[in-house]
Design a protein around this ligand. Structure first.
Ligand code: ARG
Length: 453
């Protein structure tokens, strides 16, 4: 339809380069539409049957990789319709009765996104499972927990991994909520005002698996909130992956030496033979910027658009597909990479400066009646004394402890990294029993989700 236009203009206007991936959903939507038109008496049964068999043939051509794209076709909808004309003849012109490309493209994007969203949730489930597994495999490993990237208190490595399980679980909940807003049938809205035929939208919704039917035709053809919302979900997933990446990168440095990332997920340097670079983690961290960009681009595209459909909306797919193509492999790579981690428990334990127990010393005094603020002061003075004397806290004698408070008894020397962890025996705390319970709970949640899918 654009033959008279320059090549630049054709390329600029066209979306076939990127929207061809919608072919399956476009054809499925057309088949449901053609069937409904016959049920409603808008087309005859013969016309509808011809259209459906033609569409099935075109779908088969795609499946076999035999579909020949004509660069003159502007988008996937035109490409399929043009082919349908060749396959079934003039009756092809009846398929677009009671439909516009505006509600058609909204339909295709929603159907496509629904599938990808489900796929992403199952990728995420895999990653969440792996986080629980790795914690379980190293259930006895204690590591320094940080605030301000300064050693703060000992924690279980498993507790640290389960923190990410929680983040990705919230991501999954967000995706589930987003899905309800994706899963709304826009078809039947026409170009913007509805269509002048007695169509049955509910039956099309049922056939195509939509939960609900859109309630305002103008909104339905111009709404891309569900794309922006999905992109936000993706941006948050990437942010979580990026934080985890940062930790893996730090932990695998010589300075930390807490972990070694499996061979298949690191690369050597071309000039420095000793190097084992955490490239995958770095790329995942880097690609978070790209997905934020997709979200910003979508929001910016929507800002200031008057109702209803405007061609600007064609760009939605560029950002949506880019985010999907970035997030899904990222999540799957993490799922495959995490099980390759070697966890160096000794290094983690050795890295803990014994002042990570200063809070425990304060808590010891609190249990003997001292108000927390005063106990904190005693522990602080003790720590400065120990570090000035160049001795670890734990090497001080009971007499030295007693110089700071008469409440110290011999059992203060029983305060260890392990007792510290075990003492955090509250809901959500890092005590081993609590972490084990959290793991059982995580398993239960994962199993429940798997069963409902
Ligand atoms: N390729 C277009 C898109 O992705 C399809 C809708 C075109 N509609 C129109 N009225 N030009 O948005």
């Amino acid at each position: 339809m654009l033959e008279s236009k320059s090549r630049d203009v054709q390329d600029y206007v066209g979306s076939l380069q990127f929207d061809r991936r919608l072919y399956w959903h476009d054809i499925a939507g057309s088949i449901a539409h053609a069937r409904m038109l016959a049920r409603q008496g808008v087309l005859t049964d013969d016309e509808s049957a011809l259209l459906v068999s033609g569409l099935e043939q075109v779908l088969d051509e795609f499946a076999r990789g035999a579909f020949a794209f004509d660069p003159a076709d502007e988008d996937i909808h035109m490409a399929i319709e043009a082919r349908l004309f060749k396959v079934v003849g003039e009756v092809a012109g009846k398929l677009h009765t009671a439909r516009s490309r505006n509600d058609q493209v909204a339909l295709d994007v929603r159907m496509y996104l629904r599938d990808e969203l489900d796929g992403l949730r199952s990728d995420l489930r895999g990653l969440r499972q792996v986080l629980v597994d790795i914690g379980e495999r190293h259930i006895n490993v204690v590591m320094p927990g940080y605030t301000h990237l300064q050693q703060a208190q000992p924690v279980l490595f498993a507790h640290h991994m389960l923190a990410y399980f929680e983040m990705f679980s919230r991501d999954d909940e967000r995706l589930a909520a987003c899905r309800t807003r994706v899963n709304v049938l826009p078809l039947g809205s026409g170009a913007l005002a509805g269509v002048p035929y007695p169509i049955d939208r509910t039956s099309v919704a049922r056939e195509l698996g939509f939960e609900t039917v859109s309630t305002n035709s103008m909104d339905a053809v111009s709404d891309r909130d569900f794309v922006a919302e999905f992109l936000f979900c993706c941006a948050l997933i990437m942010m979580h992956v990026s934080r985890l990446s940062e930790e893996l990168i730090l932990w695998s440095s010589a300075e930390f030496g807490f972990i070694t990332i499996g061979e298949g997920f690191t690369t050597g340097s071309s000039i420095m033979p000793q190097k084992r670079n955490p490239d995958l983690a770095e790329l995942a961290r880097g690609k978070s910027g790209r997905v934020y960009g997709d979200l910003m681009a979508m929001l910016t595209t929507l800002k200031g658009l008057p109702l209803t459909y405007n061609r600007d909306l064609q760009e939605d797919k560029v950002y949506l597909f880019d985010a999907i193509d970035t997030v899904r492999p990222t999540v799957r790579i993490y799922k495959d990479m995490l099980p390759t981690l070697q966890v160096h428990a000794d290094r983690m334990r050795d890295a803990m400066k014994d002042y990570v127990l200063a809070t425990d010393v304060a808590d010891y005094l609190v249990r003997r009646g001292l108000p927390f603020r005063s106990a904190h002061g005693v522990a602080a003075r003790l720590s400065s004394y120990a570090s000035a004397a160049g001795k670890p806290l734990r090497s001080l004698s009971l007499d030295e402890y007693r110089k700071f408070s008469p409440l110290f008894e011999p059992d203060v020397l029983d305060v260890t990294v392990d007792s510290s962890v075990a003492d955090r025996d509250v809901q959500g705390g890092t005590a081993p029993e609590r972490v084990r319970a959290a793991m059982r709970d995580a398993h239960g949640r994962l199993a429940g989700e798997a069963a409902s899918h």
